[in-house]
Design a protein around this ligand. Structure first.
Ligand code: BES
Ligand code: ZN
Length: 734
């Protein structure tokens, strides 16, 4: 289960919330570099992690304890609606109260104590008989005495006069008539007839002879036991206020949070959650159904932090216990166009009793699964809860939505028993056993399980949140069009990088996102694909193409093998292209458009390196040569005398010193005089012959000492310079 309390501060930010001080860094930290271990979770997870059933418990306590029983048509039903409406307003919802009815007349007693902590809460409710007095809100107050069955004088304590008299409720009307008449005769200021045994709700009854001077009320068996226990401990004072609400109106509260792009609510899909406000007479209804509202309000709180493209509706319905009255009144207000906008209605009624044999059920009027049920199953799977089951039941407000064609389901923690196979839920349905507190004054905070509320929040709230956000399909493919499976997808929607999970075998990933502008990235085999500023408004598809193709380089200057004269001006010229992810860097030995280095002779390597935005890289090399401005002052063929010096004169555009000759040169080799073909190996010209290079008047002179033994031969002389160039002359020796 999501442990909402495991997270530290939660601060609002654009497009969502930022969780800080996260203590559970379980986000694939093992496969990610340390710097990214603070990745935000996907929105489903982020939202579920914020649901905190402690907040739901506080709402339930307000409804069931501070307000107490909320019988349809009474001021307490209205108070419940106003509490829910006030909370929803504080979350930015637009709130309306729908009054509907009139409904049947209600007769209720509000029972409080100025001196005792009443078990189950300070606001007890009993049945007010029309045979007694309706006191109005102030009521009467007095000490309580117990008068057994009230059938004989001996049953009444001596000090009964001026007291509130508790007596055993008897199913025989004549016994009740006698008991109340006797109490009046003893000077009782109020009479409580309560069930002495069993597990009964407050009884409703009339007396043959009315007692218009005092309130006469009926209590449940829990009331009886509680009063007797309090009396055993000492004096007990109760205040009893009886009212008859003649054909009152019922109340619904509807909170609407409009979609970002549809502020008047005409087009956006509607995601609705509902619960009922009202209770049966006498029951504080902590479980039935303050619990449903407690979950609705916590879902509303968390979702109100996100800009959404769906319209969110929270319904608090009155009169459910009277026959789904409020929900039916509400669906009757929906136009056909409005109904068509409904994604679904998730009804919560009794969503967390600690009753051991209860399980979480998604019940539909026809016993079939539907979209609302399926989405709850999906949400359950996301949080690892496998206890959700689907079967058939009406009996709550989901029926009203079902009846007008809106997909709905009742979510309930109930000991529900599906039909015995081969019978199936649709259409047969099963049976159920409720917890002992169901529809009883004992449906108090003790009948609330924070753990089960948390499961309901994660499953039902998780499904609602999932549907309130936009459905986004991210697909990853290579630039060759191949789907990429297992690609980790991240989105930054304004509050930092977020892990959306990895693509499936089809290269797709389903995610939900709020209304936001997001940057998407994925990394496959070191290649990063990025889609920036993707506007997420409504459901949509995001395509990520991972570029596996290197950038191209065209090198115009220098080309491979180019020759430049020393010191001449040349400009580097090249460009890089990548029409997939685009060029990230394009850098040569010198920048494009800058002078090429021609300041030193010899071979130079020029390299251009390019990288694209996906991380593909390429390089291209060119070797160019810088040479002296060569001028030969000797012909290609000469005559010489073996054993004498042959002067080889040339100029190099100035004095570059005497180190201009490549090492090991010059050389000479024997050649045939007619074809010039080499007939022997080249031999260095240096050595004992004292050949040497001089420089004078702008000209180099290499004095080549020839060998006497070379007479009547031809030799090719090769002068190779340190710029890599070679120059030749062939000498015919006499
Ligand atoms: N919370 C119950 C619904 C419920 C209770 C369903 C127990 C299944 C098992 C609801 O508030 C209720 O009591 N409904 C009425 C029906 C309604 C049409 C008056 C009921 O079940 O009797
Ligand atoms: Zn209910």
């Amino acid at each position: 289960m999501a442990a909402a309390l495991a997270f530290g501060t939660v601060s609002a930010a654009v497009g969502g919330v930022q969780t800080q001080g996260s203590s559970s860094a379980d986000v694939s930290a093992d496969v990610l570099p340390a710097a990214t271990s603070a990745l935000l979770k996907d929105y489903d997870r982020e939202i579920v992690d914020q649901f905190d059933s402690a907040n739901s418990v506080n709402h339930i306590r307000h409804l069931a304890v501070n307000i107490g029983p909320r019988l349809n048509g009474t001021p307490q039903e209205r108070e419940g609606a106003e509490y829910i409406g006030g909370i929803l307003k504080s979350y930015g919802f637009e709130v309306t109260y729908q009054q509907w009815g009139p409904v049947s007349t209600k007769q209720v007693a509000k029972v409080t104590s100025p001196n005792a902590d009443l078990p189950g809460g300070p606001n007890w409710q009993m049945y007010a008989s029309a045979s007694g007095k309706f006191t109005g809100n102030t009521g009467v107050e007095g000490q309580v005495v117990y008068a057994k069955t009230g059938q004989s004088v001996a049953d009444f304590p001596a000090d009964t006069a001026g007291k509130v008299v508790l007596m055993d409720y008897n199913s025989t009307a004549s016994i009740r008539n006698t008991a109340v008449a006797n109490a009046v005769n003893h000077g009782a200021i109020a009479v409580i007839l309560a069930y002495p045994t069993g597990n009964s709700a407050p009884p409703s009854f009339t007396l043959t002879a009315s007692q218009p001077e005092i309130p006469v009320i009926g209590g449940g068996s829990a009331h009886y036991t509680w009063i007797r226990d309090l009396l055993d401990k000492g004096p007990l004072t109760l205040r009893i206020a009886t009212n008859q609400y003649a054909n009152p109106m019922g109340t619904n509260v509807i909170g609407i949070r409009h979609a970002v792009g549809d502020p008047t609510g005409t087009a956006a899909p509607i995601v609705m959650v509902g619960a009922h406000i009202d209770t049966v007479l006498g029951a504080p209804g902590a479980h039935d159904d303050a619990s449903g509202n407690g979950v609705s309000l916590e879902v509303a709180r968390v979702l109100s932090q996100y800009p959404l493209d769906k319209e969110l509706r929270i319904g608090g319905f009155g009169g459910e216990e009277g026959g789904l009255l409020g929900a039916r009144a509400y669906v009757n207000t929906l136009t056909a166009a409005e109904k068509a906008r409904f994604v679904g209605e998730w009804q919560m009624d009794m969503v967390g009793t600690p009753y051991e044999s209860a399980r979480l059920w998604a019940l539909t009027p026809n016993g079939q699964s539907n979209f609302v049920v399926q989405e709850a199953y999906n949400a359950a799977a996301r949080v690892g809860f496998d206890g959700l089951r689907n079967c058939r039941l009406g009996q709550s407000d989901h029926q009203a939505f079902y009846d007008v064609g809106i997909p709905s389901s009742l979510f309930i923690w109930l000991d529900y028993r599906p039909p015995t196979p081969p019978a199936v839920c649709g259409p047969t349905g099963g049976t159920y056993v409720t917890e002992p507190q169901y529809h009883r004054p004992t449906d108090t905070m003790d009948n609330i399980s924070p753990e089960r509320l948390q499961i309901t929040l994660d499953v039902v709230g998780g499904a609602v949140a999932h549907n309130a956000l936009n459905a986004v399909t991210v697909s990853a493919a290579s630039d060759a069009g191949q789907p990429l499976a297992g690609a980790p997808v991240r989105a930054d929607c304004g509050n930092g990088p977020r892990d959306l999970g990895t693509t499936g075998a089809d290269g797709r990933l389903q995610a939900v996102l709020p209304h936001a502008t997001c940057d998407f990235t994925t990394t496959v085999e070191g290649r990063v694909a990025t889609e920036r500023n993707v506007s997420i408004a409504g459901d949509r598809a995001v395509k990520m193409t991972v570029d596996f193709t290197k950038p191209t380089i065209s090198l115009t200057t220098p080309t491979d093998g180019a020759v430049f004269t020393l010191g001449t001006a040349a400009t580097a010229s090249y460009r890089c292209d990548d029409n997939l992810s685009g060029v990230a860097t394009c850098a040569g030995t010198v920048p494009d458009g800058s002078p090429l280095d021609t300041s030193t002779v010899g071979f130079h390597e020029f390299t251009v390196k390019a990288a694209d935005n996906a991380g593909n890289s390429a390089d291209q090399k060119a070797t160019y040569q810088v040479v002296y401005p060569w001028h030969a002052s000797f012909p290609e063929t000469m005559d010489g005398k073996a054993g004498s010096a042959v002067p080889i004169k040339f100029s190099l555009g100035g004095d570059h010193g005497t180190g201009v000759i490549a090492s090991g040169y010059p050389v000479s080799r024997p050649v045939t005089c007619d074809t010039g073909k080499a007939t022997g190996p080249a031999e260095p010209t240096s050595g004992p012959g004292n050949s040497k290079l001089g420089y004078e008047d702008g000209q180099y002179n290499y004095v080549w000492k020839t060998d006497r033994g070379w007479s009547d031969t031809c030799r090719q002389f090769e002068l190779k310079l340190d710029d890599g160039s070679s120059h030749f002359t062939t000498v015919t020796l006499k």
